[in-house]
Design a protein around this ligand. Structure first.
Ligand SMILES: Cc1cc2nc3c(=O)[nH]c(=O)nc-3n(C[C@H](O)[C@H](O)[C@H](O)COP(=O)(O)O)c2cc1C
Length: 350
C-alpha cells in the first residue's frame, strides 16, 4: 500500500479540511505551499465562483491541492414539510419583524454534477474529495480519467468498505468530534456514529487503502496519536478556522475563541443534515435535532433571513457556528504557521 504522501505527492500527510462557507482559495494556497494538501470547498460556490477560485488556486501554488464537493441526492420540494418548518420558525420571524411569506424556497447547496466536472476538467485537480459518499460511477470514472486522486469521508466501517469498493483511493475516517456536516451516507442513524479514536483503528483494519483521521485533531500531539492508531495522515478543519486566510466571520471567530466553544452539538436546524456547531439559541430552542427541519439542504432558505437579521444586530443566535469539539488549536495565525505546528506530530514517522 502506498503511503499518503506517495499518493498525494505532498511533503506531509496533512490535509486542510475543505470548509464550505468559511474559506476560498487563499487558505488552500497557504496550506499547499506549506507542504500540506490545501482544499477548496466547492459545495456553496456558483459555477462562476468555482471557476474563479480554481484559477486562483492553480495559479497560487505549484504544489498539489484538493477540490471538494458534496454528493447528496437533491430532495424533491415538499410543500407540507416546508409548511411545518416555517411554522416552527414563525415565532422567531415575528420577534424579528420579518415576513415569512417573502422567503424564497432555495436550494442552498448543489451536489457534484456533470456540469461541475466540465468546470474541473481543464484544471485536472491533483485531488478531488467528496462528502456524503461518492457521485455516480461515471462521474467518479471521469474524475479519475484526469489522474485525480479521489477521497471521501466515512463515518462507519461499512461506509469505508463501500467507498473503497466504489473507487476511493483513500478514506477519511470522520469521527463524531468533527466540525461541520457529518459525512454519513449509508445510514442516517446517528447512534452508529463513533469518536475518531474508536472509528480510526476499526477502519484501518477493514480497508487496504490509506486512512486519514479527521475530527478533534488540533495540535501535534493529536496528529501523533492518530498516527499511532493507524492513520496514514490527518485532515484538520477547526484548527484553521481562525487562521488569517480563512474568511470566517468576526462573530464566528469570537465564538470559537470564547468559553461558548466548549459546548458544541450535532444539529440539523441550519441545513436539514446533521452538522456540528457551537450551541446557540436556535439550536437550543428548536433542537439541536428537530423533526421539523426539511431534507438537506432545504432548511437553509428559511433560516437565512433570521441569520442575516440577527447578525446585523451583532448576534450569532441564528448562525451556523460550525466547530469541532476541540477548539484548542483555533489561533489567529497564518495558516502556514498552523500547518508547521501540526506537522511536528509527524516526527514519529521519521
Ligand atoms: C466550518 C466547517 C465547514 C466544513 N465544510 C466541509 C465541506 O464543505 N466539505 C467537507 O468534506 N467537509 C467539511 N467539513 C468537515 C471537515 O471535512 C472535517 O471532517 C472536520 O473539520 C474535521 O474535524 P475538526 O473540525 O475537528 O478538525 C467542515 C468542517 C467545518 C469545521
Amino acid at each position: 500500500m502506498k503511503t499518503l504522501t506517495e499518493l498525494l505527492h505532498t511533503e506531509f500527510p496533512l490535509i486542510q479540511a475543505p470548509m464550505a462557507g468559511v474559506q476560498g482559495a487563499a487558505l488552500a494556497i497557504a496550506v499547499s505551499n506549506a507542504g500540506g494538501l490545501g482544499s477548496l470547498p466547492g459545495a456553496m460556490l456558483t459555477p462562476e465562483a468555482l471557476q474563479r477560485e480554481l484559477a486562483a488556486l492553480s495559479n497560487g501554488t505549484q504544489r498539489p491541492w484538493n477540490v471538494n464537493f458534496f454528493c447528496h441526492t437533491p430532495p424533491e420540494h415538499d410543500a407540507a414539510r416546508e409548511a411545518v418548518w416555517r411554522a416552527a420558525l414563525a415565532p422567531f420571524y415575528a420577534e424579528a419583524g420579518l415576513d415569512l411569506a417573502a422567503v424564497p424556497a432555495g436550494a442552498g447547496r448543489v451536489p457534484f454534477s456533470a456540469a461541475s466536472a466540465d468546470i474541473l476538467e481543464p484544471f485536472r485537480p491533483p485531488v478531488v474529495s467528496f462528502h456524503f459518499g461518492l457521485p455516480a460511477p461515471e462521474l467518479v470514472a471521469r474524475v479519475k480519467s484526469w489522474g485525480s486522486v479521489v477521497l471521501s469521508s466515512a463515518t462507519t466501517v461499512d461506509e469505508a468498505r463501500w467507498l473503497v469498493a466504489h473507487g476511493a483511493d483513500a478514506v477519511i475516517a470522520q469521527g463524531l468530534e468533527a466540525g461541520g456536516h457529518r459525512g454519513h451516507f449509508l445510514s442516517h442513524d446517528l447512534s452508529q456514529q463513533m469518536g475518531t479514536f474508536t472509528l480510526l483503528p476499526q477502519i484501518a483494519a477493514a480497508v487496504d487503502v490509506p486512512v486519514i483521521a479527521a475530527g478533534g485533531i488540533a495540535d501535534a500531539a493529536g496528529v501523533a496519536a492518530a498516527i499511532a492508531l493507524g492513520a496514514a495522515g490527518v485532515q484538520v478543519g477547526t484548527a484553521y478556522l481562525c487562521s488569517a486566510e480563512a474568511t470566517t466571520s468576526a462573530l464566528h471567530r469570537a465564538a470559537l475563541q470564547s468559553a461558548a466553544a466548549r459546548h458544541t452539538a450535532v444539529t440539523n436546524v441550519f441545513t436539514g443534515r446533521p452538522a456540528r456547531g457551537i450551541v446557540n439559541r436556535v439550536m437550543r430552542e428548536l433542537g439541536p435535532l428537530s423533526p421539523a427541519a426539511p431534507a438537506f439542504p432545504l432548511a437553509t432558505a428559511a433560516m437565512a433571513p433570521l441569520r442575516a437579521h440577527f447578525e446585523a444586530l451583532g448576534s450569532g443566535d441564528f448562525s451556523p457556528l460550525w466547530s469541532g469539539q476541540n477548539t484548542s488549536g483555533c489561533r489567529s495565525l497564518p495558516a502556514a504557521e498552523i500547518t508547521h505546528q501540526l506537522t511536528k506530530g509527524f516526527e514519529c514517522l521519521s
